[in-house]
Design a protein around this ligand. Sequence first.
Ligand SMILES: [Zn+2]
Length: 269
Amino acid sequence: MPEGHVVHRQARALTRAFKNERVRVTSPQGRFAAGAKVLDGKTFAKAEARGKHLFIGFDNRRWIHIHLGLYGKWQFGKGTEPDDNGLIRLRITSETNFAQLRGPSVCEVITDDEMATAITRIGPDPIHKGADPVRAWDRVHRSAAPIGALLMDQKIFAGVGNIYRAEVLFRHQISPFTHGRVISNEQFDAIWSDLVFLMTLGVKNGRIDTVRAVHLPEAMGREPRVDRHGGEVYVYRREGMKCFVCGAKIKMADMQGRKLYWCAKCQVG
Ligand SMILES: [Zn+2]
C-alpha cells in the first residue's frame, strides 16, 4: 500500500488532467457501473487526498471516494482510447486524457455531507495544510501503545506508512517502543513538523528521501542505496547493515504485523 504522498500525487495528477472538463465516467469491469452512471457527462471539479483516501469531486455535488487498499492501482495516459479493458473498476476520460483504476478496496459515490463526515473520521494528515496536529497529540499523549504503532494508526497520523514511521523516529532518536504517554510535547512537535517536511518533499519528488546532507552517499563516500522504493533512507529495509550515524547494525522486528526498523544505539529515548 502506498504512503500518503503517493495518494496526494494521484490527486494532483487527476486535477491536472481533468479540472473543469466534462468527462466520461465508466466502469469497464462493471462493479462501479451504477456509480459511474451518476457522474458520466458531469464536469470534474477537483481531486483531494486525506491520508490514504482520495476524493474526486464533480459539479453535481457528488464525490468518488477511493481507497486503494493492497491492490489498487491507477494508470494515467493521453488519448481517449486506452487499450486494456481488463478489470478496470473506474475509468475517467476527457478529449485528451484518461485515468483508470483497478483493484481498489473502496470505490463509491458519496455526497458533500458524506465526504465531510468521512474526513472527520480520518486523522490529521501532515501533507494537508489545514491539518490540526492537536488531534494527533491528544491521542498520542494519552496512549500506552508504543509510538511506533501510533504512527501507523491512520486515525492519528493519516498517510504515514512503514517508511515514514521508521525514518521519522530515527531522525529524532526516539525508540519506536516508547509509550505514547511518555513522548514529550517537544518530541511530538518535532515528529509532526518533520513529517510535514518529509512528506511534502515526498509529494514533490515522488519518492521518499529522509537522509540529511551529511549522510548522503557523496558526503560519506558510500554507494547509493539500491531499492525499488528509491530515495536515501536511514533504517527502512536496512536490517543488519551499518547505521550511517553510529555504525551499529540496524535492527528489524515485527510490530503489529508490520516490519519495524530502527537503530537500538541511536534511538534510546
Ligand atoms: Zn545508530
